[in-house]
Write a protein that binds this ligand. Structure first.
Ligand code: AMP
Length: 530
């Protein structure tokens, strides 16, 4: 076996699986992989507390794939809360298992169930399914012989949030007790612990957590503005930063629609992404963003969960996120795969306290900056324009056009007209100053200092990680990172946009307006993914 996967060899995988690992470009096991794989290989049930971006799919996928014995039946069942995750997991398992001849079928609502059942019956070893459709197929007897030896419940807490818990319990009634069960969840709220007690046998628990989540490749900044300045601020910052590809995070579906419409009206190539969109249009939007056709995605937390796009240069928080975990999740969309990224957060005086809480918990510097004035922006744009004019190459068409124009007006006039056209195109607009006045800002900062003093350290950790998530470093310390050889970024640990505690935070219109991630255009409870 190739030398480069020597760190994976110690798990005792078959050669074909190691080849999948090598082809995927993995060299060093991630912390969750180091921790979980030996237990899974030993046949133990397991609870893994880890988020997307930690390498959890391969953590359960590799040992599960390695254990496939028969190729004429389903041996592995993975249950995921969303279609996106199902597809992602399925792709990853296909990639890792392809040299072992593993066939994977994805089962979710909105697609022909006949085709899915047909594919399974033609010999798939792995089924990755969302709960609603899976339960339908089981209830209707169309998946009669499903008896996987390994069952994986992925993002269990998300299933709870989306109202799938009863479905999950039902599904397990259909499954043989002779199985190995693995459950992955970012948090362990009580109903998930109860579920674990029901479906797992004497499980080992492994945990990697998300403190030093903040990727060093992400430069984090915040801007203090007044509530009414959000739109102007976001436009100004987009113009000033010139992101190549960016995600603007908003709190509600309505806001995603409104802001994307506003951006389009101003000439940006933008689109909203939220849970009320039809699956097809969601997929198209993500595809457009990945291919570079779309420059700006205006997304809700839920809709952007798990989104893995390599070249996102900027993440903008139009509102400060609800909690530190969401913040980490959001900014983890940039600075991926070793690239540099910028995370820009708009904060109003009312949100300032939230910002302190996030700052305390993410363990990385978030620098305060002021929004560039219109004058600053114009100056910067002029400098760039001058530079590009000086470096532009003259082509034949230009020569011909100039000759033509010179017959009508003089060179100076031609130059001025051309420059005017270019400046107009740059389109800097909006008020000159955006952001808190120096006086208000000073008062805010002083208030905050006083508050911190009186609290003896400020906005503590107690709220962070609701439902028992702990936020130390990776439980086994820093040496378990991927090292320089890895292409896995350390910043992607927080892929869970949390919505469970949203209700007690202010700032969005109504609860029903929030994006609960009901991807089929229905409400979460009634809108199962069938
Ligand atoms: P996951 O947390 O499963 O969503 O994985 C996040 C990303 O990391 C995926 O693109 C994986 O292919 C990749 N990945 C998983 N394990 C490793 C590893 N050991 N080294 C490098 N990349 C990895």
């Amino acid at each position: 076996m190739s030398e480069i996967v020597e760190d994976f060899e110690r798990f005792g995988f078959k050669a074909q699986i190691l080849r999948g690992v090598a082809e995927a470009g993995f060299t060093i096991p991630s912390p969750i992989q180091s921790e979980a794989i030996p237990h899974i290989m030993a046949g133990r049930d397991l609870i893994g507390q880890a988020q997307t971006g930690t390498g959890k799919t391969a953590a359960f996928g590799l040992p599960a794939l390695d254990k496939i014995e028969r190729h004429d039946r389903v041996e592995i069942l993975v249950i995921t809360p969303t279609r996106e995750l199902a597809t992602q997991v399925s792709d990853e398992l296909f990639k890792l298992g392809r040299f072992a001849g593993v066939r994977t079928v994805t089962v979710y609502g909105g697609q022909s169930s006949f085709r899915q059942v047909d594919l399974i019956s033609r010999g798939a070893q792995v089924v990755v399914a969302t709960p609603g459709r899976l339960l339908d197929l089981l209830n209707s007897g169309r998946l009669k012989d499903l008896a996987p030896r390994i069952v994986i419940l992925d993002e269990a807490d998300e299933m709870l949030d989306m109202g799938f818990l009863d479905d999950i319990k039902e599904i397990f009634k259909f499954l043989s007790p002779e199985r190995q069960t693995l459950m992955f969840s970012a948090t362990m709220p009580a109903p998930i612990r109860d579920l674990a007690n029901r479906i797992l046998r004497d499980p080992v628990s492994v945990k990697v957590t998300a403190e030093e989540t903040t990727n060093k490749d992400i430069e984090q900044r915040y801007f203090v503005i007044e509530e009414y300045e959000r739109d102007d601020a976001i436009l100004r910052l987009i113009d000033a930063e010139e992101p190549s590809r960016s995600i603007v995070f908003v709190r509600t579906k309505k806001e995603a629609d409104r802001l994307s419409t506003m951006l389009i009206a101003r000439g940006y190539s933008a689109k909203g992404l939220h849970g009320d969109m039809e699956q097809k249009s969601r997929e198209e939007t993500i595809k457009g963003f990945k291919s570079g056709q779309l420059e700006i995605l205006v997304a809700t937390d839920v809709a952007a969960r798990g989104l893995d796009v390599k070249d996102v240069s900027h993440v903008f928080n139009y509102h400060i996120p609800f909690d530190p975990e969401s913040y980490v999740h959001r900014i983890g969309r940039t600075g991926r795969a070793g690239r540099k990224g910028a995370a820009v957060t708009l904060v109003t005086p009312l949100e300032f306290k939230e910002l302190q809480r996030i700052k305390k918990n993410v363990g990385a510097e978030i620098k305060r900056e002021t929004v560039p004035t219109l004058g600053d922006l114009k100056k910067a744009q002029s400098a760039k324009l001058i530079n590009s004019i000086l470096h532009a190459r003259i082509n034949d068409e230009a020569n011909a056009l100039l000759a033509h124009l010179e017959e009508q007006i003089d060179s100076r006039q031609i130059s001025l007209k051309l420059l005017s056209l270019l400046v107009e195109k740059q389109g800097a607009q909006g008020p000159d100053n955006i952001g808190l006045s120096a006086q208000r800002l000073e008062k805010l900062l002083n208030d905050q200092k006083r508050h911190q003093g009186s609290k003896g350290g400020g906005f503590g950790r107690k709220n962070f990680g609701g439902g028992g998530r702990s936020h130390g470093r990776f439980s086994k310390g820093g040496d378990h990172g991927f090292g320089d050889r890895s292409r896995l970024d350390r910043g992607g640990y927080g892929d869970q946009g949390r919505s469970d505690r949203a209700g007690d935070r202010g700032g969005y219109n109504t609860r029903s307006d929030r994006d609960h991630g009901n991807f089929g255009g229905k409400k979460p409870r009634g809108g199962r993914d069938r």
